[in-house]
Design a protein. Sequence first.
Length: 324
Amino acid sequence: MPEGLTIGVDIGGTKVAAALVSETGEIAHKTRGPMNAAGTAANGFEAVAAVIEATLSAVPDARARLLGIGLCSPGPLDPKTGIVLNPPNLPCWRNFPLAAETVRAFGVPARVDNDANAAGLAEALWGSGAAYTNVFYATLGTGIGSGIVFDRRIYHGRTGSAAEGGHVTIDYHGPRCGCGKRGCIEALASGPAIARRAQAKLAAGVNSRGESRILQLAGSLDQVRAEHVGQAFQEGDPVAREVLEETAHLLTVWLGNIVDLLEPDVMVVGGGMAELMSGFFASISQDLPRWSINQRAGEIPLLMARYGADAGIAGAAALCRVPT
């Protein structure tokens, strides 16, 4: 008999992406459309439903084989009820029953969660964490998110708000994070934080002759972005290397805390900045025992995620592959 399929839907503030996902985590027939975040709640759901319909239409027997629809939505949300509460990037949805509306529209089970939790589950089921029982997942990008998966089940905590690893403070005198706290790892090691650190070094004259490749790529100091730092690093720029070495050190301090709290079997890293920082994984692992009371912390594998830009789709689909 043909295998059952799930649909993974990745909802953002400006776009919706979806695809069919097999029982082994293979992604096919990706579809994309605009998200109507500024309209009514019904307008927003219509945008999601249109992409799901387009995905189903790509395969003749997809409806008959469909086991469920998983949806990654910006939070805050309640994964137990499937209600999207009040996401800043989706003003159309306030206390919106996304899971229930999806069930009503398509007649199959639906699950809702945030992107980091779901991506961590996909890595635990099908990706770099598949050979391990307890998985800590981190996504490095514009922000830093995390997911905790114990024995292929997401750990949500009492209210669904657990695993906000990006907002673990490692320097209470540090810069204020968007969440309101000071010194969160997100405020220190995310993409924008990397850019700010590079800007500060260049402005302070670390390379007083202005020869940094970062500036050449960005065009001006205020246009420096993390991707410029990454490209300059690949080309051997010393300022870029210094910035990323400091970022790796901050991540080491943070992961030392994670090890002391959870001691996972594996730590999987995804997100837009993951590949850039992967060159420092060996040094992070080597230095972990200095920042953990667990002197075997360096034995925990630190791995690149399987799913890159498709992490939201794979993660959403994975939600439908585990018991509720």
